[in-house]
Each structure stands twice: as C-alpha cells, then as structure tokens.
Ligand binder design. Structure first.
Ligand code: IMP
Ligand code: MG
Length: 175
C-alpha cells in the first residue's frame, strides 16, 4: 500500500489562523485565567502553539481519550485513557481538540467535564468536518471547516504517523 499526501492547508495559513484563534480566545475570556485541557495526542501541537499566543495566564492539563484505533474508522465508543489531574470546579476551561468529525468524542468529553462544575466551558478545534456530524457539538472557536477527507499533520495522525508535519494534508492510500 502506497501512502501519498497532498497539501490541504499550508503551514503559513495554519499559523495565521492559530494566531487569530488566540486573539478570539483572549478576548472571550476577558483576561481571566484559562485552564486548557489538551486532548492528547492530536491537539498537542495546536495547544502549545495557542498557549504561547494567549495573553492571560494559562494552566495546562491533558486528557487522553480513545475513539479511533490506529485507523480511519471510528470504533463507536469513547473511553478516558488518561484523565485530567486539575480540579476544574469554578475554573474557566478551554478544551483544545484537533478535529471534530462525528462529534462523539467531544460530546462525551464535554459532558464529563460539565459534571465537574467549571465556571465556563468552551471548545476550540483546529478542524471541523460538518458533513460527518452525528452528535450535536459545535466548537466555540474553530480553525477551518474541511470536506470529508482523512487528514494528517499538525498533530493529526494516521496509525501514529505524520503528526509532526507542519501543514494539514489529505492522505491517500493506494491499494
Ligand atoms: P469524532 O468522535 O468522530 O468526532 O472523532 C474525533 C476524533 O477522531 C479526533 O479527535 C481525531 O483523533 C480522529 N479523527 C477524525 N477525523 C480524522 C482525520 O481526518 N484524521 C485524523 N484523525 C481524525
Ligand atoms: Mg483526537
């Protein structure tokens, strides 16, 4: 099987959009401290790039979920593999995710976090595939809407590969 990549969103466009998102986020939290919940592993690059652009203090935490298992098919259920270690009660929480596809993963995570009574809970996602939505999830801050293609790069993987590419690419697998 041969894997080929075509550029969907070039590096400079990703960088510019992340800076814009940081501006929107800074304004929306009115200078108050943010507890950033980065969804591992895909959102790690976005979260760290965003954090450096935010003007207020940012507390970091990380959650790891599973919904896709080393492939392009959703398994249909979500589990917390690694939970956050912060007590988020009364805090301004910003979940940072790489992509919203069916919405199943974020529907599950936002529900779980909401039960812990944060002061506010917002979602930032780099990418959104609205055509694929099955659960009613909408990002408060969204980088790009993309068509229904499997994408990699800037944190996103295919079987743990391609995360470190600085651009977003469409992956084609020729059999
Ligand atoms: P959802 O639960 O269907 O919304 O799927 C969201 C998760 O699936 C994301 O956090 C990604 O890890 C993964 N995912 C969905 N689409 C893609 C893609 O095009 N490339 C890489 N990972 C994807
Ligand atoms: Mg993910």
């Amino acid at each position: 099987m041969k894997e080929t990549i075509s550029v969907l969103i070039p590096e400079r466009d990703v960088k510019k959009r992340v800076e814009e998102l940081a501006g929107e986020i800074t304004d929306s939290f009115g200078g108050e401290q943010i507890t950033m919940v980065c969804v591992l592993k895909g959102a790690a690059i976005l979260a760290m790039d965003l954090a450096r652009e935010l003007k207020q203090n940012v507390e970091f935490d990380f959650v790891e979920l599973s919904s896709y298992f080393d492939g392009t098919e959703s398994s249909g259920r979500v589990e917390i593999k690694k939970d956050i270690s912060t007590d988020i009660k009364g805090k301004n929480v910003l979940v940072v995710e790489d992509i919203i596809d069916s919405g199943r993963t974020m529907d599950f995570l936002l529900d779980s976090l909401r039960k812990r009574e944060p002061k506010s809970l917002k979602l930032c996602s780099l990418l959104d595939k609205p055509e694929r939505r099955k659960f009613d999830v909408k990002a408060d801050f969204n980088g790009f809407e993309i068509p229904d293609e499997f994408v990699i790069g800037y944190g996103l993987d295919y079987a743990q590969k391609y995360r470190n590419l600085p651009f977003i690419g469409v992956l084609n697998i020729e059999k």
